[in-house]
Design a protein around this ligand. Structure first.
Ligand code: ADP
Length: 616
């Protein structure tokens, strides 16, 4: 242990002192101490902010480590010499071993206390006065080794604020116990009268809070309430000034002008507000200059920049105050962003999305309408084309139709002549004549049927879907083409399904599609030897839910790579062909929710199938 050097001893000492401020103090610059005497209670927001300001100023003073002590003298609530004497004893005892390098005195009451008592407690310490008005009465309180930073809301300030809020102001109502303080507010009523000779002043200061609340509830128009801090009311009940103000505001029917920013947001509209943090900062900065060696007498008292016009936006709205009336340089707090400001980006994005969506929907609707019109157009064209197709078919069949008609007509002629012969007899056989007339009628019916079929086939009705039996429909087409088949020496046969097959279709259109297939099949076998000149039309039910018509021929079939191409419009391999028969058939079938396709039969020849959904 004897070998421990002096430096190590210092280190160990520092360690035992747990790196405390004392250790740093012994090794660093000398520690300075400031005591802050606040006239009221540190716990009130106003005085607490002043203290924070002083501490902030001390922190920025890099020259010396400064210890700040704070004392709430609470002189408003505990007035009288006995309490002051007890304070002197208390402070003397408390600071006996703590030398004080400067005193910061906050408020007029504290200045008064020091004037009377400082000599007994800190005789040598210089004083910086803060939060005092620049009035001869307060300057008279200042001790010799001192300086000051003034802070004061002037009467003119209050009136300017009150008139900004109530432009046609005729009356001010004073609320708050502090208005009774003669040193701060002693001449205010005179000052008001000087600034506005017509102004009426209702002084409610010093009344009990209950009464104040009642009185402010029914104030006349064109009046404004001016408030100073209210710590206690006439009954000796003590308040935090901000809560006292809030209670007054609850019943007040007129706007309240306030004097401190700690009251803002508690239902005061605003006014020229004391800024306690800045008051503290300004006073603290002067105290630091003194600690750094400047003589207080060399620092003249100054008016701080610690009062600012500030207003509560929500209250301005409530009282319909035009912001343009506010004093120049006013700050407006608690402004609520409008919906547009708050949600600018959200709204823009949503509006953009909605716009794009609206455009898309409009575009889609437009396209849908175009498609709808195009579909109507296509259907009409298809119907026209189908009609033309039918007429062309009838044109081709005219020879066989003429043949079909000529038979009954010839029979009618023969029967008519036979009847005439019978009637020439003196006793004609009337029974015979009756038979002949029956035959004539029968042949006439046959001819009428041919014409009716032709007419129906050429009909140009609007699409009309009805439930029909596929077996009967196919049978009719085959019957219609039977004469033409006979002419070309082609055998037509049907193989209907054993039971009815019900589908919902436009009969004329469906027969057109089937007819096109049969006519093509007749073309395909026309040049072939007799045994291959046959066409079979079958109907069947597939999987119990699809009705199928198949037209099979024994021709040469279709080239495998053309099995789908043949359905395209204008595809033809015939010298006189138009290439629209299959295309029309496909359009008709697909419009009925069905399908059409071709294949080559293993035994040779082509088979065309039409499948249709069964009627529900
Ligand atoms: P077109 O009969 O005027 O040529 P279609 O559209 O009816 O027009 O037929 C298109 C083509 O399909 C025909 O030219 C032919 O090559 C082919 N085709 C149609 N039916 C058959 C069939 N039963 N056998 C062989 N080829 C066929």
């Amino acid at each position: 242990m004897r070998q421990i050097t002096g430096l190590a001893r210092v280190l160990i000492l520092c360690l035992f002192a747990s790196l405390s401020h004392q250790c740093i103090a012994t090794e660093g610059p000398r520690q300075r101490s400031v005591v802050v005497l606040e006239e009221a209670d540190f716990r009130s927001p106003f005085y607490s902010e002043i203290f924070s300001g002083i501490r902030a100023a001390a922190k920025q003073n890099g020259k010396a480590h400064t210890v700040i002590y704070g004392e709430s003298l609470d002189l408003a609530r505990f007035p009288g010499p006995d309490y002051e004497e007890s304070l002197v004893d208390h402070l003397k005892t408390k600071y006996a071993r703590r030398p004080i390098d400067a005193i910061v005195s906050i408020g007029v009451a504290s200045a008064k206390f020091l004037q009377q008592r400082k000599q007994q407690i800190w005789p040598g310490a210089p004083v910086v006065y803060g939060f005092v008005p620049d009035l001869p009465e307060t300057r008279a309180l200042f001790l010799p080794d001192s300086t000051a930073v003034f802070a004061r809301v002037r009467p003119a300030h209050l009136l300017t604020a009150a008139r900004a809020i109530v432009p046609d102001l005729t009356r001010v109502v004073l609320v708050g116990d502090a208005w009774k303080n003669p040193l701060v507010y002693g001449y205010w009523k005179q000052d008001f009268a000087a600034a506005m000779p017509d102004l009426e002043v209702t002084d409610l200061s010093g009344l009990v809070l209950r009464e104040v609340r009642e009185r402010v509830a029914s104030l006349p128009d064109r009046s404004a309430i001016l408030t100073s801090a209210m710590y206690s009311d006439g009954e000796g009940t003590y308040y935090a000034p901000a809560s006292a103000l809030a209670r007054v505001a609850e019943t007040a029917n007129r706007p309240i002008v306030i004097t401190s920013d700690t009251f803002l947001g508690r239902s005061g509209v605003g006014g020229f507000l004391l800024l306690p943090e800045i008051i503290g900062r300004e006073t603290g900065e002067v105290a630091m200059r003194i600690l750094n060696g400047e003589a207080p007498s060399s620092i003249p008292p100054v008016t701080g920049n610690n009062v600012k016009p500030i207003f509560d936006w929500r209250q301005l709205q409530h009282w319909n105050v035009d912001e343009a009336n506010l004093p120049p340089g006013s700050e407006v707090r608690f402004r609520e962003a409008s919906f547009w400001q708050q949600y600018y980006w959200h709204s823009t994005v949503v509006a953009g999305v909605v716009l794009v969506q609206a455009l898309l929907i409009t575009g889609l609707l437009h396209q849908r309408r175009l498609r709808f019109l195009a579909e109507i157009e296509a259907r009409q064209r298809m119907s026209e084309l189908a009609h033309l197709n039918r007429r062309a078919t009838v044109g081709e069949m005219s020879a066989s139709i003429a043949h079909e008609l000529s038979q009954p007509l010839a029979a009618i002629m023969i029967n008519a002549e036979a009847a005439r012969e019978v009637l020439r007899h003196s006793t004609p056989d009337l029974g015979e004549v009756g038979n002949i007339l029956d035959n004539i009628r029968h042949d006439d019916q046959r001819a009428s049927e041919v014409i009716a079929r032709l007419r129906m086939f050429l009909k140009r009705d609007p699409t009309e879907r009805r439930e029909l039996d596929l077996n009967a429909t196919v049978g009719e087409v085959f019957r219609f083409l039977s004469v033409q088949a006979l002419t070309h020496d082609v055998g037509l046969a049907t193989e209907p399904a054993p039971a009815d097959i019900r589908v919902k279709a436009d009969k004329v259109q469906l027969q057109q599609a089937i007819l096109n297939l049969v006519v093509n099949a007749m073309d395909a076998v026309a040049h072939l030897p007799d045994e291959r000149r046959r066409i079979v039309g079958r109907t069947s039910l597939v999987d119990g839910k699809q009705a199928v018509v198949s037209i099979a021929d024994a021709g040469d079939g279709i080239l495998a790579d053309k099995l789908t191409e043949i359905f395209k419009p204008f595809f033809t391999t015939k010298a006189q062909g138009m290439g629209i028969g299959l295309s029309i058939a496909r359009t008709i079938v697909e419009a009925h929710g069905g399908r059409i396709w071709a294949e080559n039969a293993p035994t040779g020849g082509a088979v065309f199938h039409i499948s249709l959904p069964l009627a529900a």
